[in-house]
Ligand binder design. Structure first.
Ligand code: FAD
Length: 567
């Protein structure tokens, strides 16, 4: 049993945050001013990336067993969130190495693991090349090929690859059986140094957001690749799907960081802008929008952290839960950012002025999170496949200590990530458990009726839902899509409730009250009736939001009110 406490997640966030400073001040590498300037000139944020290397962030991409510091995905999630608070271009540009190396670290080839770990620790960028221009999400159509008895040469083009130009090596999905099929593809390691002269780099693609990122491509011309495929010959799709369980979970935390910054920018504006003799914060819709957005960001943080802990505590369920996170958190943060844009008014549209014009950059940047690493539709199709299991009662599986943020976690065992989900802890079971725990907890008065309504919604979905038989994307009807989205939303809300009921009182360093959960559930359930208890919760969320905005410290569930930053 290894350590897995909320202190670890919180420590990660604060450790990096303290080093990176306040993004609203000055024009150093970790400021909004610099992020916007580089975005305008479409330049890669090289200085920020080198600084993260100097601070040792790459060590957290490498498991302890290989000489790194990666002990828990909850900690890594917090680190990525801390970088994303500054700039998603940096988070995506630097964090990409995680995507390129995870398949290697979770598969079995020890010699490759050791070599690639050494590269990451030395600050090299590694990429993951799956997508092709012609084939997009349809990985079974992958045309890049390395055929022959023991394939050691690869040909074909990968396009829209993050860091294709900057990286020194790539994990590349290739067809290794001409007829394809589930065992017809392998993931191959290409060392650019050894393949020199046998590949062409495609030009940087100009993008809507994260404009400085190196989104490009690579064309292999009979290029040498490692003789033993990552995850074994024919194991490419399997290792990619297992990798996605980890990376989809971590992308959710990057979204939380971007959402938190949008919130900070909007709250600082609302507090300081005077209209009609009072501040924007006094205008009821702006006030309520900020409370609602604040609660949603805290709930997304809870869900993202619990999701990262599921990789340790219940990896057999990670296929379902990673799809829930990767669907729910990016689309929720996108919605939150749109709501905050209304509060900011004209300034949300300006490429300078308030907060150096960072808000419009965040609007554009967050839109990518629901596209790459499995799009919203791809994740919803995974949820749709699990509808019956997720809604079944009774649910027998357990999420272990996933939602109990202060409890120790088992070490990550990639062998337990499963492509077949045998049983799930469904949202109904999580809500029932939270209700049972809730009597003695702070804010229970506001939370309990909302939990009852959440449970009723889950039961309604179960009653309405037939089994969705999904063999291909063409079975993903509008009805199946809507049911999957409902299920994912309810599951995410249930996970947030579980974090409240299992962490808030027992864990030092976790926000002691459930004010955020009450406001979040009211938002999710479309609760419109006025309730005194809920009003008090809104005020409490806004008070801590204002306090965090003033101090510049993270607005986080994992706070105890003592965090203050001087500069
Ligand atoms: C900035 C950026 C960075 C990227 N980085 C990388 C990278 O580092 N490595 C990499 O390999 N790729 C990367 N990609 C590619 C990205 O992962 C793909 O764009 C994504 O997987 C979707 O593919 P596509 O855009 O071609 O859409 P398509 O797959 O062509 O989708 C077209 C339509 O079909 C629908 N659809 C597709 N599949 C399903 C399904 N199963 N069920 C229902 N509907 C479906 C979609 O919703 C959409 O409406 C990146 C892309 C961008 C924009």
């Amino acid at each position: 049993v290894s350590l897995g406490t909320v202190t670890r997640a919180r420590r990660g966030l604060l450790w990096l945050d303290e080093r990176l400073g306040n993004p609203m001040r000055g024009d150093g590498p970790f400021t909004f001013r610099r992020a916007v300037a580089l975005d305008e000139s479409e330049e890669f944020p090289a200085e920020a990336a080198s600084e993260l290397d100097r601070l040792g962030l790459p060590r957290y991409y490498v498991p302890v067993s290989l000489g790194g510091e990666l002990r828990g995905f909850d900690e890594l999630a917090s680190l990525l969130r801390a970088v994303a608070r500054y700039d998603l271009t940096v988070a995506i540009g630097h964090g990409k190495t995680l995507l390129g190396t995870q398949p290697i670290f979770i598969a079995d080839d020890d010699s490759l693991k050791v070599r690639v770990a050494g590269r990451v620790l030395a600050g090299e960028a590694i990429a993951l090349a799956l997508t092709e221009r012609e084939n997009g999400s349809d990985l079974l159509a992958t045309a890049t090929a390395a055929v022959g008895q023991a394939p050691t040469r690869i040909s074909g083009e990968k396009w829209l690859i993050n860091n294709a130009r900057r990286c020194t090596g790539l994990s590349v999905l290739a067809r290794t059986r001409p007829t394809g099929g589930p065992r017809g593809f392998s993931l191959l390691w290409v060392n650019k140094g050894e393949a020199e002269g046998a590949f062409d780099l495609l030009p940087k693609s100009r993008t809507h957001g994260i404009r400085g990122a190196d989104i490009s491509g690579i064309r292999f011309r009979d290029a040498p690749c490692s003789a033993s495929p990552i995850g074994g010959e024919g194991g490419g799709l399997e290792v990619v799907l297992r990798t996605f369980m980890v990376t989809r979970t971590l992308v959710a935390s990057a979204a939380v960081g971007a959402g938190e910054s949008a919130l900070r920018i909007a709250v600082i504006f609302a507090r300081s802008r005077t209209l009609y003799g009072r501040t924007v914060l006094d205008i009821p819709h702006a006030h309520d929008a900020l409370c609602s957005a604040g609660a949603a960001v805290l709930a997304c943080e809870a869900i993202a952290l619990a999701g990262a802990r599921i990789l340790h505590a219940a990896p057999e369920q990670a296929l379902f839960w990673s799809a829930v996170l990767k669907f729910y958190i990016p689309v929720t943060i996108e919605a939150v950012v749109r709501e905050l844009a209304v509060v900011l008014g004209a300034r949300h549209y300006l490429r300078d002025d308030h907060a150096a014009g960072m808000f419009q950059k965040i609007v554009r940047d967050v839109a990518i999170l629901s596209v790459f690493d499995g799009s919203t539709m791809v994740n919803l199709s995974t949820v749709a496949r699990h509808l019956a299991a997720a809604l079944a009662t009774p649910s027998v599986a357990s999420l272990g200590a996933s939602a109990a943020l202060g409890e120790p976690l088992p070490a990550f065992d990639p062998g337990r990530l499963s492509l077949v989900t045998r049983s799930l802890t469904g949202p109904a079971a999580l809500v029932r458990k939270s209700l049972a725990h809730s009597r003695e907890l702070p804010s229970a008065e506001a939370v309990r009726p909302l939990l009852e309504r959440l449970l009723a919604r889950i039961e309604h979905l179960r009653a309405a839902e037939g089994v969705v038989a999904l063999r291909s994307a063409f079975d993903m009807t509008s009805g199946a899509t809507a049911a999957a989205a409902d299920c994912a939303r309810l599951a995410a809300a249930a996970l947030a409730a579980a974090v409240w009921s299992e962490s808030c009182e027992t864990s030092r360093g976790v926000r002691p009250s459930g004010d955020w959960l009450a406001v979040f559930l009211a938002r999710e359930l479309g609760e419109t009736e006025p309730a005194l208890a809920l009003d008090a919760c809104r005020v409490s969320v806004l008070t801590s939001l204002l306090r965090a905005a003033e101090s510049g410290s993270p607005f986080s569930l994992c706070e105890d009110g003592t965090t203050r930053r001087a500069s």
